[in-house]
Design a protein around this ligand. Structure first.
Ligand SMILES: Nc1ncnc2c1ncn2[C@@H]1O[C@H](COP(=O)(O)OP(=O)(O)OP(=O)(O)O)[C@@H](O)[C@H]1O
Length: 363
């Protein structure tokens, strides 16, 4: 089945108009083979792979990223570690433009199930670890700021890179809204004050930003047909003793979310790519490159993946915080994931993660 998913179809695979069913929609009376066919069709639409579309090698990736010029990259990988590391690689290695046209770049990726917290967040306040584990969600701390979001295969991530001078936080989402609403006016997408995209009052896309080295990116989620039932409770930590927090970190702003529903990941990526190519074209056509974690891997991406996977980055970084657990008569202060002050001196020096996991034996 895996091979089948990535084998180009013999016939033309134009976007079927009747797609866009939510992943939570219950199917009745369809066979497994039909499900597989549907899934394959959607994957092909998403990746838009023809026989001529080749995955680029590590050296080709390096060449295109380090040269000047605009392009689109689509990642075939669903590993959140690879995709965030790839994004970081493109961001860091895009040359700074002093004069002339900006090196605008657009990246698309779809991650398998994961919770992605902002760089400056206290993860214990943001996610329920046990539920994440039980639902097979990875936990990642990204390199950019912002709040915590959930990803699965029905959520497309887009990342728009430009120069610091030309960067404006709401700019790219305004374009996305314009493009999608002109494609299907009934979508009725709007931008709220925070720069999120909303539909009928529900959030469908959340954004985060990074500015460094004279460049900036805006990356965002787009909930198209995510399995929202599976997201239930993952961002509501159930911790012992009604913990009372004091943290200088960034707190997520909870919003009610929904899927756009009538547009598939494949349609979304094709449409945004096509409009981007038209809108941002300078002289030559804007090329589209395909990447994956096998052929396009390099040391820098690999290193960033190791950082993202490491305990140090996930659990031993983030903001300083204090927590009070009245039930246990405890006041704890934590910096870089370690308890550095506590009214029970024997707890000083413990990792907060280890303390929480074994709280009953410590209290
Ligand atoms: N895939 C998703 N897309 C959009 N919103 C989501 C998604 N997953 C969760 N959410 C909602 O977004 C909330 C977090 O939003 P928040 O604005 O704090 O972070 P953000 O979207 O990364 O952006 P910001 O940079 O504005 O902080 C979650 O509590 C949840 O309500």
């Amino acid at each position: 089945m895996y091979e089948n998913m990535f084998t180009a179809p013999k016939k033309d695979f134009s976007i079927p108009q009747d797609e866009g069913k939510s992943a939570t929609t219950k199917k009745t009376g369809t066979s497994l083979q039909e499900d597989i066919n549907d899934f394959n069709k959607d994957l092909h639409n998403f990746y838009n792979i023809g026989f001529s579309r080749q995955v680029i090698s590590a050296s080709q990736l390096e060449d295109v990223v380090k040269s000047k010029g605009r392009f689109i990259i689509k990642s075939l990988s669903t590993s959140p570690y690879f995709n965030l590391a790839l994004e970081n690689y493109i961001f860091k290695n895009t040359p700074r433009v002093k004069k002339g046209f900006d090196n605008c770049r657009l990246l698309f990726y779809i991650n398998d199930k994961c919770a992605v917290i902002g760089k400056n967040q206290n993860l214990w306040q943001e996610v329920d670890h046990i539920k994440l584990k039980n639902n097979n969600f990875e936990l990642l701390r990204r390199f950019s700021g912002g709040g915590t979001v959930l990803h699965d295969l029905g959520n497309v991530n887009y990342s728009y890179l430009t120069s610091r001078e030309n960067f404006e936080t709401k700019f790219f989402n305004k374009m996305i809204i314009k493009w999608l609403n002109s494609f299907k006016p009934e979508l009725g997408l709007e931008l709220n004050d925070r720069g999120d995209i909303i539909q009928n009052g529900f959030k469908i896309s959340g954004s985060a930003y990074k500015i460094a080295g004279g460049k900036a990116y805006h990356h965002a989620t787009m909930l198209l047909n995510a399995d929202l039932e599976n997201f239930d409770g993952l961002l509501e930590p159930s911790l012992p003793g009604n913990m009372e927090w004091e943290s200088s970190g960034v707190h997520s702003v909870k919003s009610k979310i929904k899927n756009v529903g009538v547009i598939t990941p494949g349609q979304f990526i094709s449409l945004v790519s096509e409009r981007f190519q038209k809108t941002f074209k300078v002289d030559d056509n804007i090329p589209v490159y395909i990447c994956d974690e096998f052929k396009s891997m390099n040391h820098e991406i690999e290193n960033a993946m190791h950082t993202l996977q490491s305990n140090k980055w996930k659990y031993l970084s983030g903001p300083k915080f204090s927590v009070r657990i009245r039930e246990k008569d405890l006041k704890i202060k934590v910096e870089k994931g370690m308890i550095y002050d506590c009214n029970r001196s024997e707890l000083i020096g413990l990792e907060f993660k280890g303390f929480l996991e074994n709280i009953d034996s410590y209290t």
